[in-house]
Design a binder for this molecule. Structure first.
Ligand SMILES: Nc1ncnc2c1ncn2[C@@H]1O[C@H](COP(=O)(O)OP(=O)(O)O)[C@@H](O)[C@H]1O
Ligand SMILES: [Mg+2]
Length: 159
């Protein structure tokens, strides 16, 4: 499968949002974006940027759906923001409807996506965030599959 990776470091939450927005502008229907990284690494901030890029109206303030597990927002494409942090048993992933979302033509953005294991779609964009210090966040974005590779290359202006 085609793959492409890109790495960058941001120095503020707004810079992370701006990067998420660039990706969000290029996302196409049915895309899965898997986010991983420790608590506080900026996953939710990144999703706020993706929402801007998908033209989710600004009156929706995006927070981690830690208790609700899934939040949905209207936009250029429907945004499903999923957080698997509180999942204790894999059966819950099925019960809350994650697989229906992954098969839909919206966009699924998943915090703690590694909890999906082998159920994570093979064609996807993975974003791994690390915290070198209080203000810096290092991001490694990997696209798998030709559509995802094209999206990421468009977002970072590499042809
Ligand atoms: N460069 C940066 N990018 C993103 N967030 C940052 C950055 N520097 C500091 N922060 C702060 O880190 C926190 C990230 O929180 P959040 O996005 O909720 O993390 P997560 O969802 O991964 O648990 C926020 O309080 C944000 O202001
Ligand atoms: Mg979060």
């Amino acid at each position: 499968m085609k793959r492409f990776s890109f790495e960058t470091t941001t120095h503020s939450a707004e810079e992370t949002r701006a990067f998420g927005e660039r990706l969000g502008r290029h996302i196409t229907a049915g895309t899965t974006i898997a986010l991983s990284g420790d608590l506080g690494s900026g996953k939710t901030v990144f999703v706020q940027g993706i929402a801007r890029g998908l033209h989710v109206p600004a009156e929706y303030y995006i927070t981690s759906p830690t208790f609700t597990l899934i939040n949905e927002y209207p936009g250029r494409l429907r945004l499903h923001h999923i957080d698997l942090y509180r999942i204790e048993d894999p059966i819950e992933i099925e019960e809350i409807g994650v697989y229906e979302i992954l098969g839909s033509d919206g966009v699924a953005v998943i915090e703690w996506a590694e909890r999906l294991g082998a159920e994570l779609p093979a064609q996807r964009i993975c974003v791994h965030l690390e915290m070198p210090n209080d203000h810096a966040r290092h991001m490694r974005i990997t696209a798998a599959g030709s559509a995802a590779v094209a999206m990421l290359k468009n977002a970072v202006n590499i042809q």
